[in-house]
Every structure is written in C-alpha cells, then in structure tokens.
Design a protein around this ligand. Structure first.
Ligand code: AVI
Length: 327
C-alpha cells in the first residue's frame, strides 16, 4: 500500500475506534471515557506539566530509585557481564529515568541493546537522538506500536531480556486487564528473564489525592482536554465551563479515580455520531483509574502468570516501588 494511503487508513481506523469507544462510554448507565484518549498532542504536553508539578511525587520518586539505587538495581537483575541482552522499555517516553541506568551499564561495560517501545513515533525519534548525543556507545533499536502488539514481536527475540514497565503505567488498567497484560507479558519472556515493574504504593489520602488535584489546576486541564478532543475530532459541543474535574481516592482500596462532573443538566451533541447525550446535574463521567499497589495486590495480579516477585527497590520516602519480577 502507498505510504500516504496507509497513513490515512491507519488514521481513519484510529478515529473509528475513538468514535465507537466514546459512543459506548457515553451510552453506558454509568458514563465513562477511556483514559488512553487523554494523550493527543495537547494531552501529551499537559502530562509533561503534570510530571513537573510539586504534588505529582510519582516521577521524582522513581527517578530517585534509578539515580540513587542504580547499582542495587543492576545486582538484583543478576545480569551477566559476558552475556549480550535486550533491555526493552514499554512506554519509554523521554527516557529520563532509564538514562541513569543506561549510563551505569555502559560505564561498567555491559553488552546490551536498548529497545524503547512507544506509541508515539515522535517521542521515539527524540529519544534516539538524545541517546546518540549523550550516550553514543549505546546500541538503540526503537519500536513503535501498541504494547500488546509489540509483545508478539518480542516473543521471537532470542537474547535474555530485561523489560522495563515504569511510571505506574500499569495502574491505569483495571485489575482484570492488568492481570491479562502480565500474563501476556510472561508468555513473551523466556525463563530467567526479568521485568522491572514500577508501581505507586498504597498510602494515605493526604499524599495521593493532591497528585490528582493540584493547586494550579493542571490535572483539571488534562481531564477536560478529553472533552475538548471530542469537540475537535468528533464535532461535538461539550461546554467545558459546565464540567469540573472531580477526583477521589479510596485509601483502603488504594484506588484513585478521576471524573468529570456535570454542573447542570445539559445536552451534548456529537456530530460524528449523529447523537445527543443527556447529562444530569451532578452526573459524573469516569475518565481514569490510577491504582496503587502493595505486594498482596500485585501477587493477586500475577497469580495466573509465570512471573514471580524476586525483589523490590523503593525511593527514600517509600512512596514508590520498582518490583523485580522473574519468569
Ligand atoms: C500515566 N499515569 C501513570 C498517570 C497516573 O498517575 O495515573 C496519568 C495521570 N493522570 C492524572 N495525572 C497523571
């Protein structure tokens, strides 16, 4: 297929998925919109702002582990100096944390190829150029795509693997989906391969909730951008002034959730669906789950996979953990 035609087909398939999922979510008895749609160009930029907010402790906490416990991380991974291995990162983004590990591996003469995987081609090419400049010895081979699809590819790689899945990205999946993902992940690995799974830990509300309800209203903009995206891409007429960002955190369960609450009873027309949806005053649209973990929760998710926890590293505040899993 011609490249431009192929791009158009991929784009229109993506927008058909978006349209159908918006339709499903807004037609449900309890309305929802999938959080994966936060990440358009504007959403990506707001997410960078989130990671730099004082309240969003997750990024710094995991950076603390990668920067200050690099040697511990290398030891628990039990990597052999003589064996060439693949270091795969799912959802690599700008690679800030991973570069700390790459630097030390490189200095200590480990033989490996870095394989960052991301949905964003743009993020990958930026990462590739910074690695070439900052760490010119590192062999890098980028992979663009959806994690689930990329796992199919990874399965065929022969070398030992260390797979990084950081940032508590797993927390945006329901427990059922996370368990399915981990099971699929384990089938892509060989015996003794390792996974570094970064998760936010269950802790008190006064620490977690502000990370999703910041003083500057950045997370509110992030959440509302989802409605703006529907307006832009699906010809809808959401009035953003008539919705508020409404997050909550259940400290006992360890689950943060974000909603958009309708301030009035209103009708919203979505041109691309040729449909009108009614929202009652106070009705909420669920937009995101950000699960927090402890070892019991994680072990329950790993039950049907062939992965087991062999170690964990925590930041200096004990807010965040990188669990080391082994097949
Ligand atoms: C990407 N993910 C792990 C973030 C989180 O903490 O759930 C997304 C996010 N949503 C609001 N703030 C950050």
């Amino acid at each position: 297929m011609q490249t431009t035609l192929k791009k158009t087909v991929i784009k229109s398939t993506a927008s058909t998925h978006f349209k159908n999922e918006v339709d499903l979510g807004l037609s449900a008895t309890v309305k929802y919109l999938p959080s994966k749609y936060f990440y358009d160009k504007k959403g990506d930029a707001i997410f960078v702002e989130i990671m730099n907010m004082p309240e969003y402790y997750l990024t710094n906490a995991e950076y603390d582990i990668f920067k200050n416990k690099t040697q511990d991380l290398i030891s628990v991974l039990k990597i052999n100096h003589k064996t060439d291995f693949d270091l795969i990162e799912l959802g690599a983004g700008d690679g800030t944390k991973t570069k700390e590990l790459l630097k030390v591996l490189d200095n200590q003469g480990f033989k490996f190829t870095f394989l960052p995987v991301d949905i964003s081609k743009n993020a990958l090419s930026q990462l590739e150029s910074t690695i070439h400049v900052e760490l010119p010895n590192i062999k890098i081979n980028t992979k663009q795509g959806d994690y689930f699809n990329v796992l199919e590819d990874i399965k065929t790689y022969e070398k030992p693997k260390v797979l990084l899945f950081l940032g508590s990205n797993i927390g945006n999946l329901s427990d059922a989906k996370a368990a399915e993902f981990l099971k699929k992940l384990s089938t892509a690995l060989h015996e003794n391969d390792k996974v570094v799974l970064g998760v936010d830990l269950i802790k008190p509300k006064h620490i977690v909730l502000p990370a999703y309800h910041d003083a500057q209203g950045i997370t509110s903009r992030f959440n509302l951008n989802l409605l703006e995206r529907i307006n832009r891409e699906l010809d809808a007429d959401f009035n953003l002034d008539m919705f508020v960002h409404d997050p909550e955190y259940d400290e006992k369960e360890g689950i943060a959730q974000s909603f958009l609450k309708s301030l009035t009873t209103q009708q919203v027309k979505i041109g691309a669906l040729n449909k009108t949806f009614i929202l009652k005053k106070g009705e909420r649209i669920h937009t995101e789950t950000s699960r927090k973990y402890n070892e019991t929760v994680l072990n329950a998710l790993l039950k049907d996979s062939n992965l087991k926890i062999i170690d964990k590293l925590m930041d200096s505040n004990n807010y965040f953990a990188d669990f080391i899993l082994e097949k």
